[in-house]
Design a protein around this ligand. Structure first.
Ligand SMILES: C[S@@+](CC[C@H](N)C(=O)[O-])C[C@H]1O[C@@H](n2cnc3c(N)ncnc32)[C@H](O)[C@@H]1O
Ligand SMILES: Nc1nc2[nH]cc(C(=O)O)c2c(=O)[nH]1
Ligand code: SF4
Ligand SMILES: [Mg+2]
Length: 242
């Protein structure tokens, strides 16, 4: 049995973002990322600040932890990070959850392919716009989308681009034009990761949401799309483990 670097197991809560927003789910957050986005809201997974909290757990141990925390109150698990697509043997966890009739979602940025991607029930690929300071490897992203299409898994796949400014919006248009068959989501960027009063953050993020809606409404290239805030940020602010 392989061991996986795990930073958090929490829930049940709701999926606050994207293609299955509102879905009751548990979260498993893995450590380590091949990116270092300027505005990462989970930088503790890769910046060394939480390295003492990383546990190395087998699929069996993660499954046991999920049941310990979530009891019988869940049938859906979201794996996020960091970048869980760095983990080659993650099918050990995915298969085990599927055997228990638990659906599995996964969040990744589209920088790495893994052969277990087609087994994921809700695969969110979130390529990074210019404000992140990261550069998209279009060859890798093309390959991921093509392979999901070959496996007839596009209905289980979505693209989600976080938007902070007009340049990011142009990037989103480019992504949507390149992969028109893939369900497409635009997400409000949270640019205030220090705010610890949920009410203040919610009010700011709703203003940002209105700005983003106005921009998307005015665009001729963004028609078959959905625009969403991070619902968990509206409800709980920058709190961890929700
Ligand atoms: C923390 S990442 C982990 C998964 C993977 N590394 C990725 O980026 O897709 C989960 C999601 O949160 C989004 N995200 C990160 N920081 C954010 C922020 N400040 N505001 C809005 N969304 C953010 C990412 O774009 C991604 O869609
Ligand atoms: N409720 C909730 N929804 C989420 N959707 C994506 C998350 C993530 O950090 O990957 C996340 C998270 O951390 N909490
Ligand atoms: S890819 Fe995801 S986890 Fe990695 S730095 Fe960017 S937002 Fe954070
Ligand atoms: Mg998050």
């Amino acid at each position: 049995m392989h061991k996986f670097p795990v930073l958090e197991v929490f829930g049940p809560t709701i999926q606050g973002e994207g293609m299955v927003v509102g879905r009751k789910t548990m979260f498993v957050r893995t450590a380590g990322c091949d990116y270092s986005c300027a505005w990462c809201d989970s930088a503790f997974t890769w910046d060394g600040s939480a390295k003492e909290d990383i546990e190395r757990l087998t699929a069996e141990e993660i499954d046991a932890r999920l049941t310990e925390i979530g009891g019988n109150q869940f049938d859906h698990v979201t794996i996020s990070g960091g970048n869980p697509a760095l983990l080659k043997n993650l099918e050990e966890l995915i298969d085990r959850l599927h055997e228990r009739d638990i659906e599995v979602a996964l969040e990744t940025q589209g920088s790495r392919w893994q052969d277990w991607f087609p087994t994921i029930d809700d695969l969110t690929i979130s390529p990074k716009p210019p404000s992140s300071k990261m550069k998209t490897n279009w060859m890798v992203l093309d390959e991921i989308i093509n392979r999901m299409k070959e496996h007839e898994r596009l209905a289980n796949t979505s693209l989600k681009v976080v938007i902070f400014n007009d340049e990011d919006l142009e990037y989103a248009e480019e992504v949507h034009e390149r992969y028109p068959d893939v369900p497409f989501f635009l997400q409000v960027g949270n640019d205030d990761l220090e705010e610890n009063r949920p009410q203040n953050l919610a009010s700011h993020l709703l203003d940002q949401y209105e700005w983003l809606i106005d921009k998307v409404v005015a665009s001729e290239k963004l028609n078959r799309v959905r625009v969403l805030p991070q619902v968990h940020a509206l409800v709980w602010g920058n709190k961890r483990g929700v």
